[in-house]
Every structure is written in C-alpha cells, then in structure tokens.
Design a protein around this ligand. Structure first.
Ligand code: OFO
Length: 182
C-alpha cells in the first residue's frame, strides 16, 4: 500500500511524464514543419517512451490500491528556433525530471516504502540514459554548428530510431514493465 503522500507524489509524476510526452510531441511537430523528419521521428519515439513512463506509474498506483488522479497537462512551447535549442530544452526538462524522481525516491526512503523504492529505481536508471542521449546529440549539434549538410546527415541518422515501447498498456503492470529499453 501507498501512503497518501506517496500516492500524491506518484500522481504528480504521472502528470509530469504526460507533459514530457506532450512536449516531445510538440517538438516532433516543429521538426516536421522545418523539414527535419529524422529529428521529428526521434522526438516521436521519445513521446512513446514518455507515455510508457506515465503508464508504468499509473499501473503501479493501481496495483498498490491507489487512485491515479489525472490532472490538466499544461501547454508545451511550440516554437524551438533550432535543433540546438530544442535539445537544450530537452536536456533541461530531463534534468527537472531527474530531480523530481530523486525527490520521490527520498520520500520512499523516508517512509521505508521498499516497494516504491524498487519501483522508482527503474526511473533513476532511465534518467541516466535519457540525459546521456540528450548530451550526445547536443555534442553533435555543437560540432555541426551552422553546417546544413551536417544537420541533414544527423537528421538521416535520427530517422533510424525505432520505438521499443510496448503499446499494450492495458495488460497491466507486468506487460508495462517489459520491453522498456531504449
Ligand atoms: Fe524523459 O523521462 Fe520520463 O519524463
């Protein structure tokens, strides 16, 4: 079972993950409008990952006898000026999510809630990967600078990213926990 405080924290995290999905969908939309469909693909794959992050929380709260309360998702920005700007904003957002997960982990530790600590461990590891992916692309964008040719080559590379996220969330937490790499 979850304490009221823990349940509220996890519900807040559902909202933050849904916002992440919304943000990356908006970035994907922006990339398509400026002719960078590979970048658009990368962000759309990220959108699916974020939906999985939200659904895992949703299933976990239910499995623990809690009630996932869905709050309003705020509107994400729609104009990102450049790919460098979009990825800097992505990293900034992921750092906020890492801080948020760490805060809930601290709460689970303080409450001696072992199950939630184990559950959140997956997110702690995932955040290292998420920030790492963003740092890699930011470094490449720095090398590319204003070289359009380089940007197009990176766009082609990012077009190859595929989603590994299972879409059958309704099968419960066991299904949602599987196939979470990427
Ligand atoms: Fe991007 O990791 Fe969830 O939010």
């Amino acid at each position: 079972m979850l304490s009221k405080k823990m349940e509220e924290a996890l519900n807040e995290q559902i909202n933050r993950e849904m916002y992440s999905a919304y943000l990356y969908m908006s970035m994907s939309s922006y990339c398509t409008t400026v002719g960078l469909k590979g970048f658009a693909n990368w962000f759309m794959v990220q959108y699916h990952e974020e939906m999985l992050h939200a659904m895992k929380l949703y299933e976990y709260v239910l499995a623990q006898g809690g009630h996932p309360i869905l709050k309003a998702i705020k509107q994400p920005p729609s104009d990102f000026e450049s790919m460098a700007n979009a990825f800097n904003k992505t990293l900034e957002h992921e750092q906020f999510i890492t801080k948020s997960i760490n805060e809930w982990m601290d709460l689970a530790i303080a409450e001696k809630d072992h199950a939630t600590q184990i559950f959140l461990q997956w997110y702690v590891t995932e955040q290292v990967e998420e920030e790492g992916n963003d740092n890699d692309i930011i470094a490449q964008l720095k090398l590319i600078g204003k070289d359009t040719q380089g940007l197009i080559l990176l766009d082609r590379e990012l077009a190859g990213r595929i989603t590994t996220v299972p879409t059958e969330f309704s099968k419960g937490i066991a299904a949602a926990m599987k196939g979470t790499a990427g």
